[in-house]
Design a protein around this ligand. Structure first.
Ligand SMILES: *[C@@H]1O[C@H](CO)[C@@H](O)[C@H](O)[C@H]1NC(C)=O
Ligand SMILES: *[C@@H]1O[C@H](CO)[C@@H](O)[C@H](O)[C@H]1NC(C)=O
Length: 496
């Protein structure tokens, strides 16, 4: 039996595991593994301590099936949760006995992503990692710290080493809280964790949950100023996406990718060296996802709008997803055509959002500056590799939010008023990240999660243009996707 990435539904797990199989699995698990599995699959953490502690007592006295007991009482989606828990425990031996490939499961549950989980509570996943990373003496130390905060610490737990059980107790007495509505409180625990040097990463993750930033994967970059880069729009979009995540995720079987690559301009704007690298990378990336690719270069304003308007006419509407990638100079609220005219985002949106394409997911990706950049665009900087995609700030066009146009999404290389950086050989930071992330995760994670990954990894990029330090923050300009979607590799990008 093997998983396929289009079958995201819970049914998949149901075809792999049932109560009889779970009984076999449980025979192979130690008591500490059983406690860990239970800890991970709990539905309501606030009130779980008693039940789990009773099960633990039962398992201690005689060899009983406590996971079975639990899932019988809490049957909702248990199959998926158990498989995800086994993945997180990295119990490959048991998984092998299920006759499914660990790699397939890994793709489905990505247990190594610290801030992602499929069916399991992601904060619980993080707390489990905490338990795993403390050795015996450190666990004792942490427990002592916490007992010193809680006078009447439960005496039942006096001779219990399992930190997960203690954690459930902490939740019961509301020393920490993990709740379903995304409000977590880890403050008191964090205070103590900070005393452990090795737990920095876990502490930062927990802090993120606490601050409701838990959808942001930091990719190993733990600068203290991370939060400064989190634009409010970014956060809002993240939570929005988080909610969407629970909904159905549409698999993309048939896509169209149109790339408008503006390299040469009439006179005032610099030639955009490096843009062809971007264009090739995009083309290669989307080809790998089975998309039909169309590339146009150096379009004038009229041609640009016509091409966008005629997408349905020229290519039909028999695909489920359209990516329109525009690589050019920009101004606040739009991009520049090769005849150096302004093409507003609004005009692009109106052209693309037509009735014929109303059922097609339409994603616009824009690499261009969005603001005051004249200072950077002095000519005669041929030796400087980094440059920007814009000219001046003299025009302000505000793109309207046109509610009736659904399934539309714009992902911009930068927020309004800022520059976009392009390397004259290696292409733009933004497009390079988009390609990189899609190649690595595009067929494993829903699109909006990939978008968030691009946003976070952009934080790691910085460089100097004429002595000025630049960083870049992409943003989601419009998000009217009513559900998330996921790309499908036709060639194996990830495990080659
Ligand atoms: C536990 O970990 C700490 C910190 O890494 C280390 O100093 C200590 O020796 C370890 N103790 C044991 C018993 O391994
Ligand atoms: C883009 O293409 C260049 C040249 O083919 C390659 O070296 C680079 O790794 C590619 N980047 C991405 C993100 O695919």
């Amino acid at each position: 039996m093997s998983f396929s990435m289009d079958a995201i539904a819970h049914n998949t797990a149901k075809t792999v595991i049932n109560l009889n199989i779970l009984r076999q699995i449980e025979k192979d698990l130690d008591i500490d593994e059983k406690i860990s599995v239970l800890f991970l699959i709990i539905e309501d953490y606030t009130n779980a301590f008693r039940d789990i502690f009773d099960l633990f007592q039962k398992a201690r006295t005689k060899n009983s099936y406590i996971i079975i007991d639990y899932v019988k009482k809490h049957p909702e989606n248990w199959e998926d949760k158990i498989l995800e828990a086994l993945c997180i425990l990295n119990n490959q031996e048991v998984i092998r006995k299920l006759r499914i490939s660990f790699k397939d499961l890994d793709l489905q549950y990505v247990p190594k992503f610290r801030l992602y989980s499929k069916s399991i509570n992601v904060v619980a996943k993080c707390l489990y990692r905490l338990c795993e990373s403390l050795n015996e003496s450190e666990q004792k130390l942490l427990l002592n710290y916490i007992k010193s905060d809680n006078y009447n610490y439960e005496s039942l737990l006096d001779d219990t080493d399992f930190l997960e059980l203690h954690m459930l107790y902490w939740m019961q007495i509301k020393y920490i809280t993990i709740s379903k509505d995304e409000k977590h409180n880890m403050e008191k625990l964090l205070k103590h964790l900070k005393k452990f040097e090795d737990l920095k990463i876990i502490s930062i993750d927990l802090e993120k949950f606490e601050n409701r930033l838990h959808v942001v994967d930091t990719h190993g970059n733990f600068g203290t100023n991370d939060k400064n880069y989190l634009h409010p729009i970014f956060l809002e979009q993240s939570f929005h996406a988080e909610k969407n995540n629970k909904k159905k995720i549409q698999p993309i079987n048939n896509g169209l990718c149109i790339i408008i690559n503006q390299i040469f301009f009439r006179k005032e704007y610099d030639t955009r060296f490096g843009s062809s690298t971007d264009c090739n990378n995009l083309s290669e990336t989307f080809q790998a996802f089975g998309f039909k690719i169309e590339i146009f270069e150096n379009l004038e304003k009229k041609e640009m709008l016509e091409k966008n308007k005629n997408i349905a006419k020229n290519y039909g509407n028999k695909y489920d997803c359209l990516f329109l990638c525009i690589l050019s100079h920009g101004y606040r609220g739009g991009v520049i055509s090769s005849d150096e005219k302004e093409v507003s985002l609004e005009a692009i949106e109106k052209a693309v959002c037509c009735m014929e394409l109303k059922d097609v997911i339409k994603i616009v990706i824009i690499q261009a500056c969005q603001g005051k950049t004249r200072d950077f665009i002095s000519t005669g900087r041929i030796n400087n590799c980094l440059t920007t995609d814009g000219l001046s700030d003299s025009h302000t066009l505000i793109s309207e939010d046109i509610r009736q146009f659904r399934k539309f999404f714009i992902f911009m290389s930068t927020i309004q008023g800022f520059v976009s950086v392009r390397h004259k050989d290696q292409g733009s930071w933004f497009i390079q990240e988009v390609c990189e992330i899609l190649k690595s995760y595009g067929n494993q994670l829903p699109f909006t999660e990939c978008v968030r990954k691009v946003m976070t990894s952009m934080q790691n990029r910085n460089g100097k243009i004429e002595g000025t330090q630049v960083v870049q923050l992409p943003e989601i300009r419009n998000d009217r996707l009513d559900s998330d979607f996921q790309l499908k590799s036709i060639i194996n990008l990830h495990f080659e």
